[in-house]
Design a protein around this ligand. Structure first.
Ligand code: DGL
Length: 264
């Protein structure tokens, strides 16, 4: 029996990661779980996010026998990844290391910006990983929590979105960055206005694209890549599926045909 890849997030944001995974690995079976009953994660403590993440991982492993877990949420990756890796035997891929790995490979990497939820930035996970991988870089981390609501509202090109982006990112215009890590899975839908505000010289790093590269390599190296078969994606949420289906399309880039509610 072919085993699926489990992907989870607090809600819709991780669909930007799933979109990249499906594009790069069309033969795999994906199970996506959005913890919509307990969203947002970005404002909660390490203890709470770790507990939620363990509950979801237990559910996906025991009920669905996933072969790999992708933590498609920067907040959960920043706060719970070391514990998840300690508990489970299957490979666990987060968002932080893949982004940092890409920064380390850039030709220009003296000034690196990071934006994310309050929880992600407060955890110091990006800062620590960057200090290790690129010790010479000046790292500037900025919480940008309002961008999550703007993305969910679908106000990605509106004057309000541009004003909020300008408010958060003005320091990066005064001191231009070589790269900006979009350290929240909601932010890729705002890539265009962010890129226009910062200009072409700042490389925008997308956690979905970077983690997909890592998943691809891990599957190949471990011989776990699915060779044949039809693509399969199953969407699950922990609360009412309707709002998830409505908002999810912007993040996934395609209609979500069926979403089921599950109890963890
Ligand atoms: N998906 C979360 C992240 O990437 C943002 C949304 C939330 O706060 O739950 O950090």
């Amino acid at each position: 029996m072919d085993r699926p890849i489990g992907v989870f997030d607090s809600g819709v944001g991780g669909l930007t990661v799933l979109r990249e995974l499906v594009r790069a690995l069309p033969k795999e079976i994906f199970l996506y779980l959005g913890d919509t009953a307990r969203v947002p994660y970005g404002t909660k403590s390490r203890e709470t996010i770790t507990r939620y993440s363990i509950e979801i991982a237990n559910y996906l492993i025991t009920r669905h026998d996933i072969k790999m877990l992708v933590v498609a949420c920067n907040t959960a990756s920043s706060l719970a990844l070391p514990v998840l890796r300690k508990i489970y035997k299957i490979p666990v891929v987060g968002m932080v290391d893949p982004c940092v790995r890409r920064v380390a490979a850039l030709p220009r990497r003296e000034a690196i910006g990071v934006i994310g939820t309050t929880g992600t930035i407060r955890s110091g996970a990006y800062e620590q990983a960057l200090r290790q991988a690129v010790p010479q870089a000046r790292v500037h981390c900025q919480p940008a929590p309002l961008l999550v609501s703007l993305a969910e509202e679908g106000w990605t090109e509106s004057p309000v979105a541009r004003a909020v982006i300008a408010e958060y990112l003005s320091p990066f215009r005064v001191h231009p960055q070589d790269a900006l890590i979009l350290g929240c899975t909601h932010y890729p839908v705002l890539k265009k206005p962010i890129g226009e505000f910062l200009g072409e010289k700042t490389v925008l790093i997308d956690s979905g694209e970077e983690s997909t590269r890592v998943v691809d390599i891990l599957l190949s190296e471990s011989g776990m890549k699915r060779i044949g078969g039809k693509p399969e994606i199953r969407f699950m949420v922990t609360d009412d599926p309707d709002p998830f289906m409505r908002v999810g399309e912007t993040f996934f880039g395609a209609k979500l045909d069926s979403v089921e509610k599950v109890v963890l």
